[in-house]
Design a protein around this ligand. Structure first.
Ligand SMILES: [Zn+2]
Length: 298
């Protein structure tokens, strides 16, 4: 499997969200990102996405730093601990910048629209999937209180260029629908904030799970609407297979039960994480011995 990323100053990032304890899938993504960026001689930033403050818990924030240390990983820029994060790196510090980007997008004719529909407004449960795809006639305007701002997605697929898999067409209308860029509470939504953050940080390489392919397509589509964000198209993307639970389910923080303390509580050693990474990269089992063994085998 080709694992190299392109020549040039590589800048990657780890981008966890403190809305739950980090699970195996997050840990695998961190190790994989670290390996690819370090192998290319690049720099790594720790970016913590905390716009969703209602779900943030100090224990989750702590566990991000603990898990990175436990995995034996390092990074070059970003917060060193929760206190420094809150003081200097919270996404709340950039709300003005996100809003400026939203205003620019709003000026693009026909691109954004306002919507107050909830996922279940006036529709039977059988059509729940359809309600995810966009507005169903609320006629809100940008000045309507409590309206979300949605992006009208194209009917033709977005081509995501993946460093491992080549071009991958993503049908945004089918996978995501008219996605939200400003939430009903007035705060920017994930796609918008993630794009703005990666542009500000000078990110050149994004390593994420397959489940985020639609997000990559959404961000590429958004970025292509403005000259100021068009450079995002140069980002190198690697989408990797997801690590599934024993029952074959996608791992997610929302599945966590109260006693679940995430990956550090689930296994006694990071070797299990290294083993999962070795498997993803089709490396020999011995590569799972340590982080440096993984590095040598890559
Ligand atoms: Zn609507």
């Amino acid at each position: 499997m080709a694992t190299s990323v392109s020549i040039g100053p590589i800048r990657g990032r780890l981008a966890p969200t403190p809305s739950g304890y980090l699970h195996l899938g997050n840990a695998v993504n961190f190790v994989l990102t670290w390996l690819l960026v370090r192998r290319a001689g690049g720099t790594l930033h720790l970016r913590i996405d905390d716009l969703d403050r209602a779900r943030l818990r100090p224990a989750y924030l702590d566990s991000i730093f603990q898990t990175i240390r436990w995995l034996g990983l390092d990074y070059d820029t970003g917060p060193r601990d929760p206190a420094e994060f809150e003081k200097r790196y919270s996404q709340l510090r950039h709300v003005g910048e996100y809003q400026a980007l939203l205003d620019e997008l709003r000026q693009q004719a026909g691109l954004l629209y306002a919507c107050t529909c909830s996922r279940t407004t006036n529709l039977p449960p059988s059509s729940l999937a359809a309600t995810e795809s966009g507005c169903h006639g609320c006629r809100a305007t940008f000045s309507t209180a409590g309206a979300a701002w949605r992006v009208r997605v194209p009917t033709t697929p977005i081509l995501v260029s993946d460093a491992w898999r080549g071009p991958v067409p993503v049908d945004l209308a089918a996978t995501m629908g008219d996605f939200v860029v400003r939430k009903k509470d007035g705060l920017p939504a994930y796609q918008l904030a993630s794009l703005a953050d990666d542009l500000r940080l000078g990110t050149t390489c994004i390593v994420r799970g397959d489940d985020l392919l639609p997000s990559t397509a959404a961000q590429l589509f958004l970025a292509a609407q403005l000259l100021t964000t068009a450079g995002f198209a140069q980002t190198e993307f690697v989408h990797h297979a997801l690590i599934l639970s024993a029952g074959g389910q996608k791992l997610s923080k929302s599945q966590q039960q109260p006693p679940d303390r995430g990956i550090m509580g689930a296994v006694s050693s990071p070797r299990l994480v290294y083993a999962a990474v070795a498997q993803l990269l089709k490396l020999p089992e011995a590569a799972a011995e340590s982080l440096s063994a993984l590095q040598r085998a890559l």
